[in-house]
Design a protein around this ligand. Sequence first.
Ligand SMILES: Nc1ncnc2c1ncn2[C@@H]1O[C@H](COP(=O)(O)O)[C@@H](OP(=O)(O)O)[C@H]1O
Ligand SMILES: [Mg+2]
Ligand SMILES: [Mg+2]
Ligand SMILES: [Mg+2]
Length: 403
Amino acid sequence: MASSMLAFSGSSTLQQLHLLCTTKPNLIKPLFTAATALCTRRRAVVSSSSSSMSYDRELSAAKKAASLAATLCQRVQKVLLQSDVHSKSDESPVTVADYGSQALVSFVLEKELHTEVTMVAEEDSADLRNEGANETLERITKLINETISSDGTYSVPPLSSEDVLTAIDRGNSEGGPSGRHWVLDPIDGTKGFVRGDQYAIALALLEDGKVVLGVLACPNLPLSPIGSHGQSSLQKEVGCLFYAKVGGGTHMESLAGSSPVKMHVCATEDPAEASFFESFEAAHSSHDLSNAIASKLGVRAPPVRMDSQAKYGALARGDGAIYLRFPRKGYREKIWDHAAGCIVVTEAGGVASDAAGNPLDFSKGKFLNLDTGIVVSNQKLMPSLLKAVRDSLNEASRGTPSL
Ligand SMILES: Nc1ncnc2c1ncn2[C@@H]1O[C@H](COP(=O)(O)O)[C@@H](OP(=O)(O)O)[C@H]1O
Ligand SMILES: [Mg+2]
Ligand SMILES: [Mg+2]
Ligand SMILES: [Mg+2]
């Protein structure tokens, strides 16, 4: 027995296994039975623990990833040059920071979780692989290496341009109803980012089609509540990190590092007290329609127009009570524009649905299949808000002149 074990570890495992099977069947059979029982027990432990996961490791990895990506974005925004802004094939803008943020989040998740990561993410490396993009790719690679080395957490050799392209393309997952997929918008609100306004790094985790955690890094959002004109009253300190995990509530801390504070949506039942958020860009959401809905509901405050999922973060801490989003007909919403924001609001006690009141379904791949638009509010206001939405949409389809 002892000599068989010794030889077993020294030479070809399969050959030795075969030899043992043929020469000592009485010894090997109980061994196999015991090993199979062990594997079955381990599988049972793994699968039962994944159904009652705490997601603590994943949440802490996501916070680290989004924070480091925010550092990279802040560096770029400070010195933003027009040459750093490019147009994608759909004419939407993309900057070196969008690519840098995506590569950095992908790098940090792999480093922290010691596992292969699949992400449904907005950017891909196709344009960067063109010969004309060499200089841009070099600039992105330099930015990433500078951010990693000044952070100091990871002592790794500098990433090559090829490493950066590979990290970006970990975002090529299609998502869907099964398995684990990270969902990333490396810069949500690129137009706001370029203007010097609000933007967010939005990272969520989908498990079997459900959002189980979300992180929103909002480098330009004031830590204190913003008023109905989108301005923080006195305190000018900015940089918020919102995070939520399923069943664990929503918390906010400062990106610079502060104690977490639990967030709750605004509890008002009275529309006259409620202010509402909408996109800064009129091309992303009809301002006329949300104006009509708000006045039908009795909202008195003017809209707070803001780029990105920072709106979900602000709503989760009660800065306003309603978020309305009505893109043009035919526009298909992507999951990375809402996954993190949605759990940040729902874990703070809010509700997010489409215009017909259906919950947002993140299990259908890259896109959300929606009825008309997205409506977010607290539980008490939601029924009357949905009625105002329905009535306003009906009026709009009948061609009421004000819409
Ligand atoms: N015509 C359109 N209608 C609705 N949303 C659009 C749009 N064109 C772009 N978007 C999306 O709106 C997001 C920004 O949302 P907001 O208006 O709340 O700031 C963009 O995210 P990116 O900036 O990540 O590309 C983009 O996905
Ligand atoms: Mg974009
Ligand atoms: Mg986006
Ligand atoms: Mg984006």
